[in-house]
Ligand binder design. Structure first.
Ligand SMILES: Cc1ncc(COP(=O)(O)O)c(C=O)c1O
Length: 605
């Protein structure tokens, strides 16, 4: 009987072949002696690419990532493969040269189970009939034991190669990554009652372990205590609505890397940009259909926040030029950082010059030539899709929210200077990563030089994480785990629920958004905006922020966007707990209005 083919002991010829010098490119130039012993059999070619991906030098020549077509069905993640500890699938090969001899002896065969006595009896023919009987019995016994042994070995083999990774299995073949993986899994599995998280860098308790960080309105060691009458915080645009998506994709989105990974200031090709991340951003825009990328340069920043001033600088006249400073403007209501950053950096080449309303009515095209106009589309705070107002200005179109979970996508955007951020795409605001798509080479070079001068390029660790995140997004587009479908469902449901309550009110109203056709989903979509732009309708509610605050809701006053105080913004992007508390407070506010009393002891009614 022969053991399963792939467990067959190596022949002398195959041993010789395996122990011969590895083919070029089969190990990195930095491989240790042990690494150099690791030989890759030909049929494992796919895994070899992942293994190679961990060598910086080879990464320059060997693509680490699958080709676009493969993204639909991506190969196993590289997190289990390292140069020091190759993929679990490669593991037996790595150690085989040392074990071959032992293994050969371990495998039972019918021949090895024959006793010398049996053989002798058969050879001489003495005590023939007796011998025949006992030989037959012995043969059956041997056959049975051989069958049994093979069954045991086969079952053992099947269990070992089972694709479902048990904790023990996870440890197989990993060395230095295992501890980090254990730590990451331990904090992710910590019980915070669904109302908080434990983080690797969280403040530690007496037991030396990081403690639960509770969502707002929850407290206690495991976040199980709900704060009664808690004030809802709907201020910031913290995109935690996507956290459940990444919990669902924990395995695919995890990133593990060594302490010496990308130690250098520079990355592949002497640049500050990950070439692969650049490629994947372009793939994503093409696949989603929200931006034309083919004729654009990409500039990365530490969040799109950093690129706001980088682009103002890039579009302004040269500091040495004998021209007046550029006027930086935006249309009300606008994202307040455009003004605060322009004011703070206070370059000699540019200055904040107010809102477009001041300049658009003067009738002269030329007068806005030296202008830089910020346009946010969809707009923050009122979520409307917008176009530049001033003719002849250089426009920076901020498309932070131009993704199919937060708006419909009528067509790919194709402006000269566009801004995007990971924060609102995938929710990874903490990673601080944004990018600009720029048509003109000179402008792109100036923006790049700004980022290089200030931070020498976006963090390589962040770039690596974003690469992984984009791969997961790409691999799931239009599938049942599509991030945009997930995000859209959450945001549409929040908008519906909020509208259902506010529609009973005469005191506050929300912006009107009609259902629109979306090219990504290929159908008419209900609205799913990031923010509710609330208007206080009653005459006495002159400051809507204050009116809501009295009702236990923290919002962001419209005055910060130079809009009337009658308007205020409520964020819908936050964690589910935040939205639930917000909806409770709003419901109380509207109920109180119906019953003619003020909620939360407010005297503003
Ligand atoms: C319109 C707009 N642009 C840019 C940003 C900044 O995003 P990032 O997190 O990439 O700095 C935000 C954040 O809320 C935003 O609303």
């Amino acid at each position: 009987m022969i053991p399963p083919a792939h467990r067959r002991p190596p022949t002398a010829a195959s041993r010789k072949k395996r122990s011969s010098k590895p083919a070029r490119g089969q190990h990195t130039p930095h491989a240790t002696t042990q690494d150099q012993r690791i030989q890759q059999p030909r049929k494992k070619k796919k895994q070899q690419r992942w293994w190679h991906g961990w060598s910086d030098e080879i990464a320059a020549n060997t693509p680490l990532l699958p080709e676009p077509a493969e993204l639909i069905d991506p190969p196993p993640p590289p997190t289990t493969c390292t140069r020091a500890a190759p993929c679990a699938d490669l593991r037996p090969t790595a150690r085989e040269p040392e074990r071959e001899g032992k293994r050969e002896r371990q495998w039972p065969t019918v021949r090895s189970l024959e006793t010398p006595r049996d053989r002798k009896a058969m050879e001489t023919g003495r005590h023939r009939s007796q011998s025949l009987g006992s030989a037959g019995l012995a043969f059956h016994a041997l056959l049975c034991s051989s069958l049994l042994l093979n069954a045991v070995f086969f079952a053992h083999h099947l269990l070992r190669s089972s694709p479902t990774a048990t904790p023990e299995r996870l440890g197989d073949g990993l060395s230095w990554a295992l501890q980090a993986a254990r730590e990451a899994e331990a904090v992710a599995a910590a019980d915070c009652s669904g109302h908080g998280n434990v983080f690797l860098d969280g403040v530690t308790g007496e037991d030396g372990r990081p403690r639960c960080e509770c969502n707002r309105c929850f407290s206690g060691p495991d976040c199980s205590v709900r704060t009664p009458n808690c004030t809802a915080d709907a201020d910031s645009g913290n995109p935690l609505f996507l956290e459940p998506y990444w919990r669902r994709h924990a395995a695919a989105s995890a990133v593990v890397f060594s302490g010496w990974h990308r130690l250098s200031y520079i990355t592949t090709g002497g640049r500050f940009h990950s070439v692969e991340l650049d490629r994947h951003i372009r793939l994503l825009h093409r696949a989603v259909g929200n931006a034309v990328v083919d004729d654009k340069y990409l500039v990365f920043g530490a969040g799109s926040m950093q690129l706001i001033n980088a682009l103002v600088y890039a579009l302004s006249p040269d500091g040495n030029a004998d021209s007046p400073p550029a006027s930086v403007v935006a249309t009300v209501p606008y994202y307040p950082k455009y003004k605060s950053q322009t004011d703070m950096f206070d370059g000699r080449e540019y200055r904040w010059d107010g809102t477009t309303a001041t300049w658009s009515n003067n009738g002269s095209r030329n007068s806005t030539k030296g202008f830089i106009e910020f346009v946010t589309s969809p707009n923050n705070p009122d979520t409307a899709l917008r176009k530049p107002v001033l003719a002849g200005s250089s426009a920076i179109i901020d498309h932070a929210y131009y993704w199919p979970h937060l708006t419909h996508i009528p067509a790919p955007a194709d402006e000269d200077v566009m801004l995007f951020t990971a924060s609102k795409l995938s929710g990874h605001a903490g990673s601080r990563f944004g990018w600009a798509l720029i048509r003109d080479e000179k402008v792109a070079k100036r923006a790049l030089s700004y980022v290089e001068q200030s931070i020498m390029g976006a963090s390589r660790d962040t770039q690596l994480r974003m690469l992984k995140i984009l791969k997961v997004i790409l691999a799931n587009l239009h599938g049942k785990e599509d991030i945009f479908a997930f995000g859209y469902d959450v945001m549409r449901s929040r908008w519906r629920r909020l509208n259902a309550v506010v529609s009973r009110s005469t005191r506050i109203s929300l912006q009107k958004i009609p259902p629109q056709y979306c090219t990504y989903f290929n159908r008419i979509k209900e609205p799913s905006p990031a923010y509710a732009w609330v208007k206080c309708e009653w005459e006495e509610d002159v400051d809507c922020y204050e009116t809501l605050l009295a009702a236990g809701i923290i919002s962001r006053s419209g005055t910060l966007s130079e809009a009337e105080a009658r308007y205020t913004r409520m964020s819908l992007l936050k964690a589910q707990d935040d939205f639930d508390v917000l909806l409770e407070r709003i419901t109380e506010f509207v109920d109180a209005e119906e019953h003619g009393r003020a909620p939360g002891g407010s005297s503003s009614m």
